[in-house]
Design a protein around this ligand. Structure first.
Ligand code: HEM
Length: 127
């Protein structure tokens, strides 16, 4: 196997781990009404950004053209997930410091999870 192909596969596998961190955090915390942990959303979205951009580079180096519209759509959605992760962590800390409930953060976690699933749909359906 070509070294570039090995790099591409390692990046793609890491890309799946990042995806699992975001969607897994959403699914596991679905029954909760408070006490949310947004760190897997933050870490997962950073992993998706880094591996996604690296995957574009490796594909281009290997002569496989990546659809620009698809890449921009995935990038935009991932930046939104990153924003939701940061907002969840910052607002969660502020609420906990005041001893208040973080119940209001539930829609942020759902939005992050649904946006990540939307990116899976884009990745798989957009050919
Ligand atoms: C929540 C964020 C993301 C999710 C859930 C996600 C999901 C996926 C999935 C499921 C695949 C495999 C598709 C297949 O092999 O059929 C994939 C591949 C890929 N992703 Fe992502 N992705 C995300 C973010 C990104 C970002 C930010 C970029 C770059 C801007 C990106 C670029 C790519 C590339 C280049 C591939 C491989 C080529 C392709 O199959 O189109 N992804 N992604």
């Amino acid at each position: 196997m070509e070294p570039l192909e090995i790099v591409r596969l390692v990046l793609l596998i890491t890309h799946f781990v990042g995806l699992a961190a975001i969607i897994g955090a959403w699914i596991l915390q679905m029954p909760r009404r408070s006490g949310f942990d947004f760190s897997p959303v933050l870490v997962g979205s950073i992993v998706q950004l880094v591996t996604g951009i690296a995957l574009i580079a490796v594909n281009e180096l290997g002569g496989n053209d990546i659809d620009t519209g698809k890449a921009i759509t995935k990038l935009t959605i991932t930046l939104a997930v990153l924003g939701l992760g940061i907002a969840g962590i910052v607002r969660g800390r502020r609420l906990r410091r005041r001893g208040a409930s973080d119940a209001a953060l539930r829609p942020l976690l759902w939005a992050a999870g649904i946006a990540a699933v939307a990116n899976v749909v884009v990745a798989v359906v957009w050919r």
